[in-house]
Design a binder for this molecule. Structure first.
Ligand SMILES: [Zn+2]
Length: 95
């Protein structure tokens, strides 16, 4: 029997959750690889990643923001500079 779509999607969601936790722990897997896997799953299963996940890594080099980033606040926006690739992202300050 084929698993139905929702079940497969739920498995993918759980997998993303697991990978996200892995990304925040000491891991032997390169973290940029974990991020790539998360993105792959979200594209394949049409899953919108939560804000937490989306804001936890650099979209350019797929490297998680850990110690290698700089935060600036400018005109009500948060500017995050990735010190790995110098990519700058802007976020609204969430209330
Ligand atoms: Zn980067």
């Amino acid at each position: 029997m084929k698993p139905n779509k929702n079940e497969t999607r739920n498995v993918a969601l759980k997998r993303i959750d697991y990978l996200y936790n892995l990304m925040n722990s000491e891991s032997v897997v390169p973290k940029s690889e974990i991020v790539k896997q998360i993105e792959k799953l979200s594209v394949r299963f049409d899953i919108t990643l939560s804000k937490n996940i989306k804001r936890s890594y650099c979209k350019n080099c797929k490297y998680p923001y850990e110690h290698n980033y700089r935060l600036r606040i400018k005109k009500g926006k948060v500017l995050v500079t990735c010190l790995n690739c110098n990519n700058i992202r802007r976020f609204d300050i969430s209330h």
